[in-house]
Design a binder for this molecule. Structure first.
Ligand code: FPP
Length: 259
């Protein structure tokens, strides 16, 4: 049973969903859930719609899942919204994706503030259009004192680039005499990553039937439980999220040891 059920006012849920939420064990809610939101293009194609229609529908799902994760007491929800490789897509699609954070935060920010959600971002900020960065930074600023769910957008994010950047910054600190290579531990290295202030993900969800990591949090996912589904991201809903959590709660995590 959850300690606290706090349904958001504007989000009346059918009673079976509420019952299902009640069945989730509060003591083993994953603290950090990371999601690779895949399948927007295929969702649109199936409906003879342009790919951007799938992204727009996918944005609405982010809202739904954020609400539920917050309600369940998940501490961090990381969503892979744009990778460093996604720049290879047609310009119209990239431009559309770069406008989504503004649209999402433009409408949802007051609700995020009210529900104590803190917005964060990981990724290369310098490569983002000014309007995208402005929207995200405003949301980060306006929610900086919130203590509830951290909604972490992976935006212009690539794990290999993140690791290389960490190595460079660590080397610079070595050269300045701030640290020594002899002191390098996994914890110290982690503190140079973009996720320095976050716990590592407990659960990774990837939608659309693809079974790969696509350059996402390669270091941080070392002991994460993976959950894959064929459901396309725009079709993903609260039931699917709860299904992932239920399966997570049935798994035995050994972190290389024995139980
Ligand atoms: C992958 O699906 C999805 C993306 C590259 C973008 C994901 C972005 C969203 C879900 C919206 C982001 C929302 C906010 C709030 C910023 P795909 O296009 O590769 O799908 P496909 O494999 O079927 O073509």
């Amino acid at each position: 049973m959850l300690n606290k059920i706090n349904p958001w006012k504007s989000n009346k849920k059918p009673s079976n969903l509420h019952d299902r939420i009640e069945q989730i064990k509060a003591e083993s809610i994953p603290a950090h859930v990371a999601i690779i939101m895949d399948g927007n293009g295929r969702w649109a194609k199936k409906r003879s719609l342009p790919r951007i229609a799938g992204h727009h529908e996918g944005m609405k799902v982010v809202r739904k899942i954020t609400r539920l994760a917050s309600e369940l007491g998940v501490k961090t929800l990381t969503v892979y919204a744009f990778s460093t490789e996604n720049w290879k897509r047609p310009k119209t699609e990239v431009d559309f994706l770069m406008k989504l954070p503004e649209e999402f935060l433009g409408t949802f920010l007051p609700e995020l503030i009210e529900e104590n959600v803190r917005v964060e971002m990981m990724g290369d900020k310098e490569g983002l259009p000014a309007h995208t960065l402005r929207a995200v930074q405003k949301a980060m600023h306006d929610t900086r004192n919130n203590t509830g769910l951290i909604l972490n957008f992976a935006l212009n994010y690539g794990s290999r680039a993140e690791i290389l950047e960490a190595v460079k910054r660590f080397s610079e600190d070595c050269n300045k005499g701030i640290v020594s290579s002899m002191d390098l531990t996994e914890d110290l290295f982690s503190s140079y990553l973009m996720t320095a202030s976050l716990q590592e993900p407990d659960l990774l969800i990837r939608t659309s039937g693809e079974i790969r990591l696509s350059n996402f949090m390669l270091w941080q996912l070392a002991y994460t439980e993976f959950w894959f589904t064929d459901v396309l991201w725009p079709d993903f809903n609260e039931d699917h999220f709860l299904e992932a959590l239920e399966e997570f709660q049935g798994r035995q995590r050994r972190f290389g040891g024995v139980k």
